[in-house]
Write a protein that binds this ligand. Structure first.
Ligand SMILES: Cc1cc2nc3c(=O)[nH]c(=O)nc-3n(C[C@H](O)[C@H](O)[C@H](O)COP(=O)(O)OP(=O)(O)OC[C@H]3O[C@@H](n4cnc5c(N)ncnc54)[C@H](O)[C@@H]3O)c2cc1C
Length: 420
């Protein structure tokens, strides 16, 4: 173990691991510290829906979402919930979210998100072809957005148009075409938007494989080690203290997902990330022939087939950094599956322990990627909300470019960590 590394990465989720990958490839000595073990259930990167979705180019903070959110808040079975609490950071976050949900901000964000998604998809191909990284279940089957009501389907034609304009391959499907695309879905859906170039992966396999490949290639890891505090000197971080000692590095990368805010606080930085909890249930599939992932659009539930297994995921709950599982909302996810896919036998799903993960959400729906003004050797890579798996590779690549002083592969102005 070197006494001083080129780069220390805090957080070994999909984002931190990808940063370590590109940094190590560029010849840096790298150490990754995580309070848990990379590739395990404590991370948001573990049992999420696994979509690598270049179609997700509209940020969460978009026109109409606030009124929809307020309606959902009243319903305990809805896909969205904010636990009421008097916390200044949450109030400020909601205010900024409300201000960001306007056409102008969204229009500026779309081309950047599209460029990030496209570059990330390209990088997934690079990672899948890296002989040192084992199989992580990359499947190129597209993504079906299923609609149960004509009203929602018609309303989302606009979303499809925006996607087409941004260069996302998109098709509108009739009920018969849905059946032809995925015969395993016997659905009463009135139509679908089919994003043909979306992919999916096994996120736990991705993190697990990257973790072991990085260990083999010489990246040092300190799992089960919490970052506690930092030593600073002249606008730079000199060292960080973790449970098992001190780590020195030239550069520090903060990639701790929803926990990034509390770590940043120890450096006197205030960041706008709120944890958006979601759940998933993964079961053996009696419908094992399903291959194409689907979103049950009105209920915001994701269905991801994994060979002989299938995963149902959903819900966005703002309730701080807590991983408690609200069974009522898990049951609401499964009831949405019965509604859209009545041929699915969910008896096992109702008996299965759900997994919870915390999406790191920023109020304008754009991640925080870049250097901070206060510390010249600190790079932020967090706040990817619902697209952290999609954007992990491009984020890792950007972190490496920023640290090496290279021109970033995607314009990063809208991603500046100090923008709020
Ligand atoms: C239900 C659900 C479904 C989702 N589906 C998708 C999807 O289909 N596609 C998609 O692109 N995204 C999806 N997401 C979002 C995606 O999971 C996240 O955006 C992504 O995993 C964030 O990755 P990360 O590396 O930033 O954070 P994490 O994976 O949470 O990693 C952060 C790491 O930091 C570590 N850490 C925290 N505090 C400390 C500390 N003090 N010291 C050291 N280490 C620390 C943690 O242990 C953790 O390992 C989904 C999320 C959920 C919850």
């Amino acid at each position: 173990m070197p006494t001083k590394y080129d780069v220390a990465v805090i957080g070994g989720g999909a984002v931190g691991l990808c940063a370590a990958y590109y940094l190590q490839k560029s010849g840096k000595s790298v150490v990754v510290v995580d309070k848990s073990v990379p590739g395990t259930a404590d991370q948001s990167s573990y049992a999420n829906a696994g979509y690598v979705a270049p179609s997700h180019i509209i940020p969460l903070a978009s026109p109409g979402i606030v009124s929809k959110g307020l309606r959902w808040m009243m319903n305990p079975d809805s896909p969205f919930y904010i636990h009421p609490r008097l916390e200044w950071q949450l109030v400020k976050w909601m205010w900024t979210f409300w201000r960001s949900a306007n056409p102008k901000t969204v229009e500026r964000a779309i081309p950047i998100l599209a460029a990030l998604c496209n570059e990330s998809a390209r990088q997934y191909d690079v990672l899948a072809n890296d002989q040192n990284i084992g199989e992580f279940g990359l499947e190129k089957r597209g993504l079906l957005m299923l609609y149960n009501t004509e009203k929602a389907f018609q309303a989302d034609h606009k979303v499809a148009e925006t996607a087409i304009k941004a260069g996302v391959p998109t098709k509108l499907l009739s009920p018969q075409e849905i059946q032809e695309t995925e015969p395993a879905y016997e659905t009463p859906a009135v139509g679908a938007i089919y994003y043909t170039d979306d992919w999916h992966i096994s996120p736990s396999a991705f993190c697990g494989q990257l973790f072991s490949a990085l260990q083999k290639s010489g990246v040092d890891f300190h799992p089960q080690n919490k970052t506690l505090k930092f030593d600073r000197e002249n606008g730079k971080i000199r060292a960080m203290h973790i449970d098992s000692g001190e780590i020195r590095a030239q550069e520090f990368v903060l990639a701790a997902g929803s926990w990034t805010t509390e770590i940043a606080k120890t450096l006197g930085l205030t960041l706008a990330i709120q944890a958006g909890k979601g759940y998933s249930v993964t079961v053996q599939s009696s419908q094992s022939s399903a291959k194409v992932p689907a979103i049950l659009t009105e209920r915001k539930v994701a269905v991801t087939p994994y060979g002989d297994k299938i995963r149902f995921a959903g819900t966005l709950e703002f309730n701080g950094l807590n991983m408690e599982i609200n069974q009522r909302r898990v049951r609401a996810i499964l009831s949405a599956v019965s509604q859209y896919l009545p041929n699915f036998d969910l008896s096992e799903a109702y008996q299965t322990q759900a997994w919870a993960g915390l999406r790191p959400c920023t109020p304008d729906g754009m991640p925080l990627v870049g250097r901070t003004k206060r510390f010249s050797n600190l790079t932020l890579a967090a706040g990817h909300a619902m697209v952290g798996i999609t954007l992990a590779p491009v984020t890792g690549k950007l972190v490496n470019e920023i640290i090496n002083g290279e021109k970033p592969c995607v314009e990063t102005e809208l991603l500046q960590p100090d923008r709020f």
